[in-house]
Every structure is written in structure tokens, then in C-alpha cells.
Design a protein around this ligand. Structure first.
Ligand SMILES: Nc1ncnc2c1ncn2[C@@H]1O[C@H](COP(=O)(O)OP(=O)(O)OP(=O)(O)O)[C@@H](O)[C@H]1O
Ligand SMILES: [Mg+2]
Length: 551
């Protein structure tokens, strides 16, 4: 029988540290929050080795007195609250006095800090939880925190991290999010001494338009005030919808959160305006008195709890509906293919099913036409279409089948290009830019049209037809990752095909299902681009054996 043992402080404080500092991006988040709490107007972050070798955050905030500096990394050392009731009046990002302690436990931490009104800075060094050095040192006003060898003594945690590139990508994401929280502050991020993000400070709308690569005109703004709540929305118009909710940022009193109530209210409000699995991108910020929200429910403060959740849900939903209800002009050259249109262009002979209509076979023999060897029987669950064929019972995975056909089409010919209504501008890391230089021609042959508009910025003006913003996202992701395996065209084709193909659960008419089956059989295709089978066949022979009619 196990015996209960109280863990030594050494052990439990490292366990607790893991909850706050999960990866380099969480360290950056904590340090940037501290800088913002110190009133910084300029924040610079340097990264090396994806943050595992070095993270440095410099701010021009109020700095720390030598006494505060010496204390700041101790557990529960905070200048931000002193009484329990202060939690109800919280206006700072930090309040637990835990972040620096957690970081100090799992890295070599150096803090150089000088209060604005003093001439001298002080330097503190703490290595894996032990103070090593504390002395006066020259330094600029503000605070510079350096974190080296993160998780060096925690191989288990290191094993869960992704490549330095991927971790660096997360840092960039977090920094953009922090900039959205405090857009008037200027931010700069360098990776291996190269600048990858710079924001000079300005309006949230301007920053969001840069992050999303859409013009400010494409952002629908709405403010709804219903005391004691205020909601400020900045969302892309339906023409620039995305196929993902990844670019919806939620802020509560300017703190970035992940919250189901807010997200589902937003999506519900937007649903009527964004049909067919498309979503707006942008920022929802909710302002409310601090006593109506508990921010102390998640170790990294990603979650919050609202006192009046239902009221907030209703309000957000109404605000979002209101934001899109007014008519707005759509440029005449705008033409975006819905997935159904894409499919029809693929299969011109397939009759269109009325929008919003879940097609059901009228009778079992309904789909019997010029090819009597295939008879559509119905749908099984959300993923499969069933057919009677000459060989037996056939189950078709229609997403996989559509994906494979799109893939073939994209690989084989030069796909037609569609002009984006709003060209997308995005920043590339140095490596991605080099890759673009090398692979540019191949990418153009995939139907993309783009040009460089800055040292590391490109503007995408055209994408393979039907690809829309999803294609831009895929291109960006592919350039940022290191492409290996087959050529870039094949990789782009595989990613795009997966994004554009009918998803399991999409509405498909029997005719469309039948045409899909016929096309893949005509072309002799049996596997999707990922290698999974497109269909399973239960032969008459096998069925009869299983039913014991045949031995
Ligand atoms: N960049 C900075 N500039 C000025 N003071 C700082 C800075 N970073 C930390 N401090 C001081 O050190 C204290 C401890 O920081 P730490 O992040 O550990 O705790 P916190 O911010 O109070 O709470 P939390 O753990 O919730 O972040 C802060 O309360 C603040 O007084
Ligand atoms: Mg803090």
C-alpha cells in the first residue's frame, strides 16, 4: 500500500511552476504582462532557440527599486494586491506573485531594473531557484528580464515541446495577442537577432487589419453599451470570412481569454451572416466592472468566470447580430464559390440541390440513371454514402473522395486563379521568405498571384479558384513550416484539397454523391492524399458468406 508523503517544497514548487510556464510562449506572456502592468509604452522581445536558449523582454516601464527587485521572484511576492478584496477591483494583469517565481525555478533568470527616478540600475541573478548575484549595475530606465536555459533541468517538460521553430511561432502568436490587448504600446520581436514583428503602437483596428491582412474598411465595428457592460466588436465582413475560428480573439477588460460563453454567443450571432462553415475573424472585447468577473480560475489566467453569464451571452449575441444586420456594399467583381458551387464546377452534370435543403433520395431507385451498375442507397452517419454496385455494397467516404479529386485537379493542371477582393498582406519569417524566393515559381503555377511589398511582407492578390482566404492561410502555413517530402505544389494541393473538400456532415445531394463515386472510379482512384481508402467494398460473395448462405 502506498504511503502518503508531503512533497518537499523543491518538488511541489516545480510542479506548480509547470502550470504557469508551460512553454516559451507562456513565459513571454507573463513577462509582457508584467511590463504592461509597469506602464511600459515600448516592449521589446528577443528570442533565440525558440525561447529555450534565450528569452529577453525589455520594457521602459516604471522599474523596480533595489528592495523590490530582490524580492520580486519570491513566491507570492506581488505589488499588485495586498488584501483579498483587491481581487474584486483588479485592473492589472498580474495578481498572484507567482510568475517570476515559477520562471526562476526552471531557468537561469536575470533581471536588470532601474526605476525612472533613479540613476542606477540593479541586477539580480537567480539560477534554477537559487539567488546567485545581486548588485548595482549600469542599465537604462525600465526593466530587462532575461530567461536562459529554460527547462534545462526538466527533460520531461522539454519532451512535450515542439521544434524551436514551432515554439517561436507560438511566441509570435502570443505577442500579437498581447499587442491586441494593449495596442497603444509599441512591440518588437526578434528571432535570432532578426526582426519578425514590429508594431509602432496605434489603434486596435489598425493592428487587427495588419494581423489579418485585410484593410480597415473590411472590419465591421460595433459598440453596444448596456450598463454595466460594454461590448466592442471589430469583425471581418462576411465577404472576407474564414474557414476557421482561429482568428477570433476574445478580450475581457483587455485581457486575452479563451471563453466558451463568449465564443458561442459570437458564433451564434454571426451564424446567419456566415453560412457554410465560414466564420468572421477579429476581436470581441467585453468591458465590465472587475467584481463581475473572476479571473483567478486558471493557472495561466486564460479562463474567466462571469457572475452573470446568461446576460453576457444574450448581449454579445445581440451585438454581433446588430453588427452585421445593416446592409453594406459588396463590390461587383466579388465572386466567391461556395463549396457547393465548387463541386458543381467539378461535376457540371450534377444537378444543383436547393440551398439549405438536405437532399434525401426520393426512392431507393431514384439515382439509377445511365449507369445502372451504381445505385445510391442513402447516407450513413455524417461521413459515408452507401451504394449498391455490381460488385456488392460500397461505402464511400465522400470527404476523402472529394479531397482526392480536388488534389488531382490541382496537381495536374495549372489551376485557374481567383482574384481576392481584398489582397492579403502577411509577414514572413526570414526563412519563409528565402523559401518563397526559391519556390515562388512553383507556387505561382499552383494558381497563386503575389508580390513582395516589404522586406518580409508579401501581398497575395490571387489564389487557386475556390480557395479564398483558406488558400492564403495554407500558403502562409506551408512557407513557415519546412516543406519536406514531395514538391511544394503537391503539398499545397494536398492542403488546399483538404480545406476545400466537402467535410463530413456537409450537405450533399444523392446526385453529387453518385457523381463523386463515378469520377473516382473512372479515374481509378482508391486512396485520399493522406493514404486512407476512399471506399470500402463488401462483395456479394462476402455478404453471402457472412449470412451463411454460402460456405
Ligand atoms: N517588468 C517589470 N517592471 C516592474 N516591476 C515588475 C516587472 N516584473 C515584475 N515586477 C514586480 O515583480 C512582482 C512580481 O511579479 P510576478 O509576475 O511574479 O507577479 P505578479 O505580476 O504580481 O502576479 P502574477 O503571478 O499573477 O503575474 C510584480 O508584482 C511587480 O511588482
Ligand atoms: Mg506577473
Amino acid at each position: 500500500m502506498a504511503r502518503i508523503r508531503v512533497l518537499p517544497e523543491e518538488v511541489y514548487s516545480r510542479i506548480a511552476a509547470g502550470e504557469v510556464v508551460e512553454r516559451p510562449a507562456s513565459v513571454v506572456k507573463e513577462l509582457v504582462e508584467n511590463a504592461l502592468d509597469a506602464g511600459a509604452r515600448r516592449i521589446e522581445v528577443d528570442l533565440s532557440g525558440g525561447g529555450l536558449t534565450l528569452i529577453r523582454v525589455h520594457d521602459d516601464g516604471e522599474g523596480m527599486s533595489p528592495e523590490d527587485l530582490r524580492l520580486c521572484w519570491h513566491p507570492h511576492a506581488t505589488s499588485k494586491i495586498s488584501h483579498l478584496e483587491d481581487l474584486q477591483r483588479l485592473c492589472t494583469f498580474g495578481f498572484r506573485g507567482e510568475a517570476l517565481h515559477s520562471i526562476a525555478r526552471v531557468s537561469r533568470l536575470t533581471i536588470l531594473s532601474r526605476p525612472r527616478e533613479r540613476d542606477e540600475a540593479h541586477l539580480l541573478r537567480v539560477h534554477f531557484g537559487r539567488e546567485e548575484e545581486f548588485r548595482p549595475a549600469p542599465g537604462p530606465p525600465g526593466t530587462t528580464v532575461t530567461v536562459e536555459d529554460l527547462f534545462r533541468e526538466m527533460p520531461a517538460r522539454k519532451a512535450f515541446l515542439r521544434s524551436p521553430r514551432a515554439e517561436a511561432g507560438r511566441v509570435l502568436e502570443i505577442l500579437r495577442l498581447m499587442a491586441l490587448c494593449a495596442p497603444e504600446t509599441s512591440f518588437r520581436l526578434t528571432q535570432e537577432k532578426k526582426e519578425v514583428f514590429r508594431w509602432p503602437g496605434g489603434s486596435r483596428k489598425a493592428l487587427l487589419s495588419r494581423i489579418l491582412g485585410v484593410s480597415e474598411k473590411d472590419l465591421q465595428e460595433k459598440i453596444l453599451e448596456r450598463k454595466p457592460y460594454r461590448i466592442h466588436l471589430l469583425l471581418t465582413r462576411p465577404e472576407v470570412a474564414l474557414g476557421t475560428t482561429r482568428y477570433l480573439f476574445l478580450l475581457v477588460n483587455d485581457r486575452a481569454v479563451k471563453d466558451r460563453t463568449l465564443l458561442s454567443a459570437l458564433l451564434e450571432g454571426a451564424r446567419a451572416f456566415f453560412p457554410g462553415g465560414r466564420f468572421p475573424a477579429g476581436v470581441l472585447s467585453l468591458y465590465l466592472p472587475p467584481h463581475l468577473v473572476d479571473v483567478n480560475v486558471h493557472p495561466a489566467k486564460w479562463e474567466v468566470r462571469f457572475r452573470e453569464e446568461r446576460e453576457i451571452y444574450a448581449l454579445v449575441r445581440r451585438a454581433v447580430e446588430g453588427a452585421f444586420s445593416r446592409p453594406f456594399p459588396v463590390s461587383p467583381d466579388f465572386r466567391r464559390s461556395s463549396p457547393a458551387e465548387t463541386l458543381r464546377q467539378e461535376y457540371p452534370e450534377a444537378p444543383a440541390s436547393p440551398p439549405g435543403h438536405v437532399a434525401e433520395p426520393r426512392s431507393p431507385g431514384f439515382a439509377e440513371g445511365p449507369f445502372p451498375e451504381e445505385r445510391f442507397l442513402g447516407f450513413l452517419g455524417k461521413t459515408y454514402a452507401l451504394f449498391e454496385t455490381r460488385e456488392g455494397l460500397l461505402l464511400l467516404d465522400f470527404h476523402a473522395a472529394h479531397e482526392r479529386l480536388l488534389y488531382e485537379g490541382l496537381c495536374r493542371q495549372v489551376p485557374e486563379s481567383e482574384t481576392l477582393l481584398f489582397p492579403a498582406v502577411f509577414e514572413l519569417s526570414e526563412e519563409a521568405r528565402e523559401r518563397l524566393e526559391e519556390l515562388g515559381e512553383e507556387i505561382r503555377r499552383s494558381g497563386f498571384r503575389f508580390r513582395e511589398v516589404g522586406p518580409r511582407e508579401i501581398m497575395v492578390e490571387g489564389v487557386p479558384r475556390g480557395g479564398g482566404f483558406a488558400a492564403v492561410e495554407e500558403l502562409r502555413a506551408l512557407l513557415e513550416e519546412r516543406p519536406g517530402g514531395p514538391g511544394i505544389r503537391e503539398q499545397l494541393a494536398a492542403r488546399l484539397a483538404c480545406r476545400l473538400a466537402r467535410k463530413a456532415g456537409d450537405r450533399l445531394s444523392p446526385q453529387e454523391a453518385l457523381h463523386l463515386l463515378r469520377r473516382i472510379r473512372q479515374e481509378g482512384l482508391s486512396r485520399c492524399p493522406h493514404g486512407r481508402p476512399l471506399y470500402l467494398l463488401f462483395s456479394w460473395d462476402e455478404l453471402e458468406k457472412r449470412f451463411g448462405r454460402k460456405v
